[in-house]
Design a protein. Structure first.
Length: 140
């Protein structure tokens, strides 16, 4: 699966230069962080609070959807990532949709390219990924 952190140009470069067909993250909330620990439960115990185990919150100007279950805690983007030019790409085995927070009727709209009332973002597609290899002192 090609990472959703890459720019559109980088995605095209990978698809053009690989021999195998790739899976493309096309739509959905991106999992940002996962912990096997029950972070919300631990917070509730430590501070004597009762925070919901499925909540939307923010840290400064960054918004997240946090879910805790028997397997741990996962932080997701608050908005849905959307690769809106995916139909133009070759060498894609299939498109991956992560409808984790969508209702059935919303998912059907997404699959039919009707995103009028669904909040999406695609700004990662326009930002070049910066890689730094340990010990690499070049400023390319």
């Amino acid at each position: 699966m090609i990472s959703s952190d890459l720019s559109y140009e980088e995605i095209i470069n990978i698809l053009t230069n690989t021999k195998k067909k790739m899976v493309l993250f096309t739509f959905g909330n991106i999992p940002l962080m996962y912990s096997r620990r029950k972070l919300l439960t631990n917070y509730n115990k430590h501070y004597g609070e009762n925070i919901n185990k499925d909540l939307e919150t923010n840290l400064k100007d960054k918004y997240f959807h946090i879910v805790e279950n028997d397997y741990g805690t996962c932080f997701y983007t608050a908005q849905n990532y959307y690769l809106n030019d995916y139909q133009k790409l070759d060498n894609v085995l299939y498109d991956f949709y992560n409808p984790v927070f969508l209702k059935k009727d919303e998912l059907l709209k997404v699959l039919n390219d009707d995103l009028k009332n669904i909040t999406t973002f695609s700004y990662l597609l326009n930002q070049k990924t910066i890689y730094k290899i340990k010990g690499d002192d070049h400023n390319d």
